[in-house]
Write a protein of this length. Structure first.
Length: 504
């Protein structure tokens, strides 16, 4: 055992000097610290200890506080962690040859779709995005926020005019600048290649930067110099496929090619903390010092017999914060786990129900929505509307209609009216179809009719896409459907490939 912050042990000099001086004079140490008025207001009369006992007790309390500050710890087994998180720059070729439609709908659109699939599947990777032709432009630097990258790629409506030719070196240089401070360095190029020219300079550059190049070839024709460049840089040349096989193979190759020299090995020391023991003892002694023994016994008894609900909400604010943060990030599983730790109130029940609804746990969502009723009329209308939508998702149209009717009665909105009309029409149509089928089978008794036995009305399905979404969903759709402009940052490069000035 040792102290993790031993500099605090120097503080021992202060209390020892003070108490030695006080003992030598025979005074109560508290008298030299504060005047009588302060002592009278601060301390309750304590007849449990005499002056000398209090003197030594106070010395023990200060000593224990100093020991706690010094943080006594016991070393445990060192935790060895190997960090092997690949850092990858995805570079998409934007030259004119990528506009060809021999790969539907076009090589460029196909490359963008493959880039999306790569980002989705590359879990744990640090990924950056660039576009290049004659020059290179950064869409986003390396990050592990995959949702952000996916959103940027999906919304990317690039109006930037790129040069007709392609300069492979611009992609390599730009990628190298993004990978400069990263341990594991990979480039995944989505391109139709280039001219059949020597790639010796590009290979020397990749080796000097310790970068691995892999290419997903968006072309039916193999480019042999590019293929050799990939293999000699320990990368992979992967022809495109209509399935995810090409993306999976590149990810598998990156995972298997991470050499031991590229792995970042961390040795994290672990300790078992003991500071809380002297701290608890010091607080207990300090309580004995300030209060009479009878009053301390009474306080401990009251605390012992207090109902547990008094301290149930102490950390609720933290769980609610975590739940709200998860909701904002659309991580509804984490939000549900956080809400389960909270003493639920109507508004929290509503949020809990919404998280369950987004995870398609409609039955539980309805149960929590119902507990959110009774706040006010407007809130109840919203709750009934969401209950109706949850019932509709379960194909329970009768209950959905009843809930929409209650919502409309409390707050007659156009959205609720439209959903109510859709449910009502769906119910009529289902009843009509059911009646026709029974007419065809009326020669059989109902008890013998397998259709009547196994297909109750509540199991009838309707086209869910016809339903109007809840208020939250409508708002979210407006935000996500709004296309923001995409800004590209040009990255200055100096080197040029041999085919950079050739028009393909």
């Amino acid at each position: 055992m040792f102290f993790q912050t031993p500099m605090f042990l120097i503080l021992f000099l202060i209390p020892f000097f003070f108490f030695i001086r006080s003992i030598a004079k025979g005074d109560d140490p508290l008298k030299s610290l504060m005047n009588k008025e302060i002592q009278k207001k601060l301390f309750v009369t304590n007849r449990t200890f005499n002056a000398q006992t209090k003197r030594y007790l106070f010395l023990v309390v200060v000593t224990l506080f100093i020991v706690a500050l010094a943080r006594p710890v016991k070393p445990l087994k060192t935790l060895e962690v190997t960090q092997n998180s690949p850092s990858v720059v995805v570079a998409i070729d934007m030259s004119h040859s990528m506009n060809k439609t021999d790969i539907f709908p076009s090589r460029k659109a196909f490359a963008k779709a493959k880039a999306l699939r790569f980002v989705e599947k590359a879990i744990g990777y640090k990924i950056g995005l660039i576009f290049y032709a004659n020059d290179a432009y950064m869409l986003y630097p390396l990050t592990q926020e995959r949702e952000l990258l996916l959103q940027l790629l999906e919304d990317a409506n690039i109006t930037q005019k790129f040069a007709p030719n392609s300069n492979l070196f611009s992609a390599l240089e730009a990628s190298a600048s993004l990978l400069e401070n990263h341990q594991n360095r990979d480039i995944v190029l989505l391109s139709d290649g280039g001219e059949e020219v020597s790639r010796a300079e590009e290979l020397n550059y990749l080796k000097s930067k310790n970068i691995t190049l892999s290419i997903l070839a968006i072309t039916p024709k193999t480019n042999h110099p590019i293929q050799s460049l990939c293999h000699e840089s320990s990368g992979r040349y992967q022809p495109f496929s209509w399935s995810d096989e090409d993306v999976n193979k590149i990810i598998e190759h990156i995972n298997t090619q991470e050499s031991s020299s590229q792995k970042l090995e961390l040795k994290l020391p672990q300790y078992e903390e003991y500071f809380h023991y002297p701290l608890m003892v010091a607080l207990l002694l300090l309580t004995l010092f300030f209060l009479p023994l009878r009053r301390i016994t009474l306080m401990l008894g009251l605390l012992y017999f207090q109902p547990s609900s008094l301290h149930a909400e102490v950390f609720d604010f933290w769980h609610i914060y975590q739940a709200q943060k998860a909701m904002n990030e659309h991580n509804y599983t984490q939000a549900i786990e956080a809400y389960q730790q909270v003493e639920l109130k109507p508004k929290i029940e509503y949020n809990f129900g919404y998280a369950l609804y987004k995870k398609e746990q409609y039955h539980q969502a309805i149960r929590h929505y119902q507990k959110a009723l009774g706040v006010n009329q407007k809130m109840d209308a919203k709750v009934y509307y969401n209950i109706g939508t949850a019932y509709a998702r379960q194909h329970k149209l009768k209950f959905a209609k009843e809930s929409y009717q209650k919502s409309f009665a409390l707050n007659p909105t156009k959205m609720t009216q439209e959903n109510l009309q859709i449910v009502t029409m769906a119910l009529k149509k289902e009843r009509k179809n059911l009646h026709k089928k029974y007419e065809k089978l009326k020669f059989k008794a109902i008890g013998e009719n397998a259709y009547a036995q196994n297909t109750p009305f509540s199991n009838y399905a309707i086209k869910l896409h016809k339903f109007m979404p809840s208020e939250e969903e409508r708002w979210f759709q407006k935000v996500t459907n709004r296309k923001s402009p995409i800004y590209l940052q040009k990255i200055t490069t100096t080197k040029r490939s041999l085919d950079a000035n050739l028009s393909w």
